[in-house]
Structure formats: C-alpha cells, structure tokens
Design a binder for this molecule. Structure first.
Ligand code: SF4
Length: 316
C-alpha cells in the first residue's frame, strides 16, 4: 500500500491562558492518503479546528510531528514552510469574514498566484477564469465584491482560492456550516466531484455527523482534545463503540418513516480543557463510567471494526 500523504503523530497544541494551560489538542495521531477524506467530528471547542490549523502551522504546535510526503514539516523554517503552503491549503467556515471585503473576486482568487511569483497579469487572469469554471462560478462575477455574492458563491470563492495553486491536501474547516441546507448539498457535491477529478486529500472538520458521513472515507471522533474513536466511516456508523460516539450518533434522525433511534442524552458538563480531569476525560458524562475510568487514561487501540479509547473494552 502507498505511503500516507499526511501522517500526524502525537500532535499537541497548548495555549497559555490567565487561568492555566489550555490543552486544546493533546496527543492526536492519524494519517491520510491521497484522494481520501478523513472526517474530524466533535462538539464545538473539542479541538478539531485547532488540529487543522496546527497541521498547517497557522497555530504553531506545542509538540508532535506532522509528516507530509514523508518529511516532518514542523522542523521546517519559515521559508520552507511558505513553499509547502502551495500543497497544503484551508477553506474556512465563514466565507464572508474570511474574504477581504475591499477585494473583488478576481483579486481574491489571484492573490496567492501573485504571492507565489506569477508575475504575468494575463497568466493570472487565465488561471482565475479556469478555476472559476472548475468551482462553478460565473465569469461575470470577476469584478463582484463579497457583499454582492450569496453564501454559496462566497464559499465557492473560498474554495477557488484554496485550489488555485493545485494543492494536495486541504483542511475543510466547517466549510458548509454557515450555509443553507440546499446550498450545503451543492457545495458537498462540488467538493466530492473535485476530489474525484484531482485526487485531493481532505481533512473535513465538522460538528455535524450527517454532513461528515456524506463525504468521509474514515472518521475520527474528538472529545476535549483527544481522539476517542476512529475507523472506516460505514463501520463506525454501523457499529459505534465509544459511549460518546454512540451518543452523538443517536441524535441523527433515521430517514425512514416510523423508525426512530433510541436517543442517548448526555448529562453533566463538558469539563474545562484548562484543567481536564485525570483518567478518561469523558467520565463525568459517561453512562458506563467505572472506577478505573477515574484512575487511568484509556489508550486508543483496535477493538473490532474501529480504534477506540475506552476501558469498557480492556479485556477484548
Ligand atoms: Fe466511559 Fe470509562 Fe469508557 Fe471513558 S473509559 S468512555 S468513562 S466507560
């Protein structure tokens, strides 16, 4: 089997705050192959967006390794990391706030070409027109400003900006969360079509499991800075093992008249990532918690169809 395009090992991102250290991403590991989508899901504040940004070094990681095509890019200096940015891009959640309101569509999309040394204005314009065609943006919008576009078109500009340098890997940070449901479907279909045509690898970050299920080959579930379960998308949806994954999945309606899922309602508060409890971080909300859960942090390991971090499976 081919080497992974991206290999994230024991990634950590801690922030110093007035109240102590915030453990936003704490020992996260996964890999991603060309043309593959890994869905990273969890409640807001669990560290999934910080993970995406730490991989791209938009937040400088506290520890770990990020191997891209076999090289640890956390060891790269500023000049070298600029070079790798061509291959590693990001699409943000809110296309409106991520686009400079004073730039028109052409300027927004061609900006990275100028930064990366494409001096010829004619070449830049030709590439902008080409990428607009690819992402389904009408050419008449070249001179339009962000406030003149609807949400779907604004996000297409965000996607065009990310794709203009022909990247290999793209962090999709909640790319459809700010859009209407029918526009969400259009953008998801566009992303899947682009992946089929150009082989992009996506880290698809979302709090919405239905969206992630639609687009992901594999899924990683995050809770309070840690991955608690990961595996093939179909298998994880069919046989979730971690109590947190089960609770998340139970909230998705089954699209069949008269069929309902038994909803698992989580009680208890999400602990602060500034002072995570010892042992399993989920134990304050877990319906299956046992004494060992307060003493030992469960390790992520293969159990049946998925990898899971939970003491319920210690004897399997
Ligand atoms: Fe629940 Fe314990 Fe498993 Fe944590 S380790 S999810 S507290 S059973």
């Amino acid at each position: 089997m081919a080497e992974p395009l991206l290999n994230v090992c024991n990634l950590k991102k801690y922030f110093k705050t007035r109240d102590g250290i915030l453990y936003a991403v704490d020992d996260v590991s996964f890999s991603l192959r060309e043309g593959e989508t890994l869905g990273l899901v969890g409640e807001s504040g669990c560290g999934k967006s910080t993970t995406g940004r730490a991989i791209l070094r938009l937040h400088e990681p506290t520890g770990g390794q990020v191997y891209f095509r076999g090289e640890d890019i956390l060891r790269y200096n500023k000049t070298k990391i600029k070079g790798i940015r061509r291959d590693m891009q990001i699409v943000f959640q809110d296309p409106y706030s991520s686009l400079n309101p004073r730039m028109n569509v052409q300027q927004l999309i061609e900006n990275s070409l100028s930064i990366n040394g494409v001096r010829s204005a004619a070449q830049r314009l030709a590439r902008v027109r080409e990428i607009m065609e690819i992402v389904g943006l009408e050419q008449r919008l070249l001179g339009a400003y962000p406030h003149e576009l609807d949400g779907g078109r604004r996000q297409r500009v965000g996607i065009a900006r990310a794709l203009i340098l022909n990247p290999k890997f793209i962090v999709m940070d909640e790319p459809v969360s700010a859009l209407d449901v029918c526009i969400q479907a259009q953008i998801l279909n566009l992303l899947m079509d682009l992946q089929r045509r150009y082989g992009y690898a996506y880290l698809f970050i979302s709090h919405n499991l239905s969206v992630v299920k639609h687009i992901s080959d594999r899924i990683a579930v995050m809770y309070l800075g840690k991955i608690v379960e990961t595996g093939d998308s179909r298998l994880l949806f069919a046989h979730p093992q971690h109590p947190y994954t089960k609770a998340l999945l139970s909230s998705i309606p089954i699209p069949k008249v008269g069929v309902e899922r038994k909803r698992v309602i989580l009680t208890g508060d999400v602990p602060s990532p500034i002072d995570p409890p010892p042992g399993c971080r989920f134990r304050g909300r877990c319906p299956n918690a046992m004494p060992v859960c307060a003493q030992q942090e469960p390790a992520l390991r293969q159990v049946g169809d998925t990898c899971v971090a939970c003491h319920l499976y210690d004897n399997e």
